[in-house]
Design a protein around this ligand. Sequence first.
Ligand code: SF4
Length: 311
Amino acid sequence: MRKEEFVHLCRNWPVQGGYSLAGAVVPLVRTYLFGNHRRKLPVIWLEMNDSGDNNISFLNATSPYVGQVFTYMIDLLYSNPFMAAQGPDALQLLTNAAREYSGKFTLVVEGAVPTKADGLYTVIARTPERPLTAWEILRWLGPLAEYVLAVGTCASFGGPSAARPNLTGSRPIQDVLQRPVIRVSGCPVNSDWFVGTLAHLILYGMPEVDDQGRPTLFYRDTVHRHCQRRSYFGQKVFAEKLGDKECMYSVGCMGPATLADCPYRQWVDHVSWPVKANTPCIGCTNRDFPDGSTPFYQSLAQKRPKEGGRS
Ligand code: SF4
């Protein structure tokens, strides 16, 4: 498949009636790897300072299930959220993977990096001598990776982990690594965004990203542009309270200032998305989320006067 066709597929799969994007891309990747005698994408996956929401969202990939992403797309060499090994065995696996796949693995990171107290707020492993912090492990592995993928808004931009008053000194991973990072933001990430980006890496290499480092495959238009309540907005008919069926701009919706395809991709197999579930978009893919989205239920014109009403 040509790259342009793949991009079209990723963007339009939901509107063509497809469900989880994995259902379309796993067979493509499988055929490509088999036909070209290529190996699966080697991945080292680190979870740092976040709520674990991103790997839970990823586990929602269905039809096919996430097990098939592991079986046919990626070779998961180490993963502190998913692996069964613990303690010295897990650390040995990580050390071996970093050595054997140096320059060839993709580093997937969930969560921001705590940097206060020498990074002790997140410890990934312990040796007899000392704890190994997320901060130290990231600085070790970051330069060895072929690609670095930030999954979720904490890893991408700091997110809730770095929100005021940021007691742990949490930072986005690019601040620590000073190298290009693909930022698949969202709180949590949509499994389609993550699986589609992985597939792009396997099939065509680095995806096109916007000025925030997010793949334009999924973060091209505002939430507002495709929202099902957009006609209310056009007619200036606004909700008076949460639960009303009109446009929720008046009760804090960040859709006009947020890039994501949630209105038509939706979540958990196209079941729903925030506006459909009667809650405003809170701008979770944005660089300044959550501080730039608060107070959540105040209109965009009040919380960000220069951007109010942008479409
Ligand atoms: S402001 Fe929010 S609810 Fe209103 S149309 Fe835009 S995205 Fe939809």
